[in-house]
Design a protein around this ligand. Structure first.
Ligand code: PMP
Length: 361
């Protein structure tokens, strides 16, 4: 049981069971007499760990055999560059769907590498943000790929349905939603995610790429960003972030042990409903996303009287509820409730919010 419930958007809390296991094994991993972080990435012990972590992730996400799983560096933003370098041919163009601040940042970075066609799909009605249906997205048939962000971490907006535009590869930034609910990997050309929310510590980035998309990188792509180089070298062309890989492996084992993605999806739905239902039942707090697109991972909410923000945050902290301050771009509060946040953490938050409301109404 953690001393506090940490609602940080990332790096985020990790499962207590995983942290305890890592602590036990910290200086002597599997009787090697070393910490796993002190072992060569080419040692047979580490190679076995790496292979198992990939196999567990494949099992958890039901990743088909024609997809490669790459363990990369550089975070989500590293992929904002790597994707166009690997997938955008000279003279081609890519469609970027803008649904919030992270998809916007991805498009801006990609513009350094070729023709990017960004389009906003968010509409605001009566102060509530909603998303245009897929058939109103304007996608040209010769686009090299369509990039979108299924869960906007800052805005708290999530798209649960997966878009389809003929054979155009769909590229998805799943940094803040990977492993939170079941998805059909076959519907994507490429999925990527920084680890620091639902996978492990920062420093590791997972890329799941369909094999036919390999071998297309521009010739000036740095080798550590080239998917083909990574795939041909089992993500060990250079030294990978070994300790983060190890922790990711422990998180995958933990997720399997509690029933996998389908099981955590149920818990995630329950946690999110608890919080949204309370926010909706109160006039003291508000959320501004259409209920069909409300994120289950990042839940922004605003106090009607914003002059109470500081008091809210410091009282929450005293109660052991930390990192609830909203992103600087949107203000207010944000509760990030990834897989590792137990139901009790959200129950405690809702109880706290009720008490705070009663005291300050
Ligand atoms: N995409 C999304 C959806 C994110 O939430 C974040 C980080 N919060 C990023 C990209 C950027 O990730 P990184 O800091 O690992 O580059």
């Amino acid at each position: 049981m953690s001393a506090v419930y940490n609602f940080c958007a990332g790096p985020a809390m990790l499962p207590t069971a995983v942290m305890s296991k890592a602590q036990q094994e910290f200086i002597n991993w599997q009787n090697t007499g070393c910490s796993v972080m002190e072992l060569s990435h080419r040692s047979k012990e580490f190679m076995a760990l790496a292979t198992k972590a990939e196999a567990d992730l494949r099992q958890l996400m039901n990743i088909p055999v024609n997809y490669r799983v790459l363990f990369c560096h550089g975070g989500g933003r590293g992929q904002f560059s790597a994707i166009p370098m690997n997938l955008l041919p000279v003279g081609g163009h890519a469609e970027y769907i803008i649904s919030g601040s992270w998809s916007k940042a991805a498009a801006k970075e990609a513009e350094n590498f070729g023709e990017i066609r960004p389009q906003s799909v968010v509409e605001e009605r009566d102060g509530i943000k909603t998303v245009k249906p897929f058939d109103q997205w304007e996608i040209s048939p010769d686009a090299a790929y369509v990039h979108y962000c299924p869960n906007e971490t800052v805005d708290g907006l999530e798209l649960f349905d997966i878009p389809k535009f003929g054979d155009i590869p769909i590229v998805a930034d799943m940094s803040s939603t990977i492993l939170s609910h079941d998805i059909d990997v076959n519907k994507f050309g490429l999925i990527y995610a920084g680890a620091q929310k639902n996978i492990g510590p920062s420093g590791l980035t997972i890329v799941i790429v369909r094999e036919d998309l390999l071998g297309k990188a521009r010739t000036d792509t740095p080798c550590i960003m080239n998917y083909t180089t990574a795939a041909e070298n089992d993500s060990m062309y250079n030294t990978p972030p070994t300790y983060a890989w190890y922790l990711a492996g422990l998180v995958f084992e933990w997720l399997k042990s509690i029933g996998g993605v389908a099981a955590i999806e149920k818990v995630n739905k329950h946690k999110a409903k608890l919080l949204y239902d309370y926010v909706d039942s109160s006039t003291f707090y508000q959320n501004n996303i259409d209920e069909n697109f409300r994120s289950r991972m990042n839940i922004p909410f605003w106090l009607q009287d914003e002059s109470l923000n500081e008091a809210f945050l410091s009282a929450a902290k005293e109660d052991g509820l930390v990192a609830l301050k909203g992103h600087r771009m949107v203000g207010g509060m944000r509760a990030s409730i990834y897989n590792a946040m137990p139901l009790e953490g959200v129950e405690k938050l809702v109880d706290f919010m009720k008490t705070f409301e009663q005291r300050n109404r």
